[in-house]
Design a protein around this ligand. Structure first.
Ligand code: PHE
Length: 461
């Protein structure tokens, strides 16, 4: 690491990614998660198929990608955790905005782990063959219910999932996060390709594809537009300090566009492939896919019980989802860890252990949402859903908004463009239109459209 990368107020030489591909896999690992494999397929199905996909891609282009680049640049130019980075670029009061994004990441890591714990539990069930041998869909539902009502099952897997993440994080940025992602991401792609090809070879695959790809413009309500926006944010892990932190480990001589564009492409491909795999497999047995947790926890197990090699497929599927969740969870915890190291001078080991323990405790109510705490609901929503709603509708858009306003209005577009060129000085000579694109998106389209998401969250539309 060169000297100019060590900021004066950083206590120790900062960790950095070992290679560009290591960065790409780590950032893609953060982005690709439950939102791609679980959520994307059913929101596409519900909101107009290909019409929704088009709106989603526009949201990525005009909001998601510019916010993503802004966050990476904020991190890379300062080499600090979000709190220090926001403070350095915006002044003392902006430090609070950075801290808010760190708190959001920590909050997300708590309930995300509870949900991912259920996935881990289902993987164990899949290995034992329990979720590929149902004789009726009602049995799959009952089995799901009985697992969720067992508090020890939920807590035990929430704990185990966090333990795995904590162990990877203890190994550090290169040895843990980078190496873990380099192993898990290619595996995830191979498994997803396998599932998508398998799905396309199933009888009735064309029905699933039609359901997914037929543009139904009538289903494209303003609500669908806002859902696309929320999905773009959550899937790119924006607004919660993750990309600022991962950007802070990126060397200044790295070509930013060559590192970041593949990530967004990969994330989008995974979403589309997941949708293809899920719908072709589900339609092959002639049932309508349903939304939410049901899709993954009882519809799919029922399908696995119907089709040849269902056992193997169930294991492959839950392993895939688990790996996607692991790499995302690690990235949700890292901003807090980087903050404790940077601002409080803690050793990495202490920071990781405290963050793991804290995320476990905060996630306990989420893990118990459908067992001990199943009667504790607000407007009929379980605790885990409330935590999810608070994060995705308020905290995450707010964090993304603050980052893009900091970059576009407080720090300034000339600075942003200057830092974009580092590592590839001919960038704007070769692609002049990028200047207009980033100027328009970072200064106008992204912040304005995020405000619209907010207005929607507060029910103003
Ligand atoms: N991007 C992840 C997903 O698509 C979610 C995530 C949340 C990642 C929080 C990091 C932090 O599931």
């Amino acid at each position: 690491m060169s000297k100019d990368q060590i900021p004066p107020d950083s206590p120790a030489p900062r960790a950095s990614w070992g290679s560009r591909i290591g960065f790409i896999f780590a950032v893609a690992g953060s982005a690709v998660g439950l939102a791609n494999i679980w959520r994307f397929p059913y929101i596409v199905g519900q909101n107009g198929g290909a019409a929704f996909i088009l709106v989603y891609l526009l949201c990525l282009l005009f909001i998601g990608f510019p916010v993503f680049i802004s966050e990476i640049i904020i991190g890379r130019s300062t080499c600090l955790s979000p709190s220090g980075a926001f403070r350095k670029l915006g002044g003392a009061s902006w430090g609070w905005a950075g801290k808010l994004t760190i708190a959001t990441g920590f909050f997300v890591s708590a309930f995300y782990s509870a949900v991912a714990g259920w996935i881990l539990g289902y993987l164990i069930e899949a290995v034992g063959g329990q979720i590929s041998s149902f004789t009726a869909i009602a049995d799959a539902r009952l089995h799901h219910q009985s697992l969720m009502e067992n508090p020890l099952w939920g807590l035990g897997f929430h704990f185990s999932f966090l333990l795995i993440c904590t162990l990877v994080l203890l190994l550090g940025v290169r040895g843990g996060i980078e190496r873990g992602n380099k192993i898990m991401m290619p595996l995830l792609f191979i498994m997803l390709m396998f599932l998508a090809v398998y799905g396309l070879m199933m009888p009735n695959a064309h029905v699933g594809l039609t359901y997914l790809l037929n543009p139904n413009w009538g289903a494209l309500t303003p609500q669908a537009f806002l859902m696309a926006l929320g999905q773009a944010f959550f899937t790119l892990s924006l607004g919660q300090g993750t990309m600022v932190t991962y950007g802070s480990y990126l060397k200044k001589n790295e070509n930013l566009m060559a590192s970041c564009v593949p990530v967004v492409l990969m994330d989008t491909c995974v979403s589309l492939l997941s949708a293809i795999a899920v719908f072709t497999i589900v339609f092959s047995v002639g049932i309508e896919p349903n939304a939410g947790p049901g899709l993954i926890f009882h519809t799919l197990p029922w399908v696995f019980s119907q089709i040849p090699s269902g056992h193997l497929l169930a294991v492959a599927f839950f392993l895939l989802v688990l790996m996607a969740a692991l790499t995302s969870e690690i990235s949700a915890m890292e901003p807090t860890i980087a903050y404790l190291i940077d601002d409080w001078g803690w050793k990495r080991k202490t920071a990781v252990l405290c963050c793991g323990a804290g995320a476990f405790l905060l996630g306990v109510p989420a893990a118990l949402s459908y067992s001990v705490l199943k009667n504790t609901t607000i407007s009929g929503m379980a605790i885990v859903d409330l935590m999810d709603l608070l994060a995705t509708s308020i905290l995450i858009p707010l964090g993304g908004f603050l980052a893009v306003v900091l970059a576009g209005w407080r720090w300034g577009i000339p600075q942003v463009l200057h830092h974009m060129e580092q590592g590839f000085p001919q960038l704007f000579e070769k692609y002049r239109w990028l200047i207009y694109y980033f100027w328009f998106c970072i200064k106008f389209s992204a912040p304005i459209l995020i405000i619209l998401v907010f207005l929607n969250a507060f029910g103003i539309f």
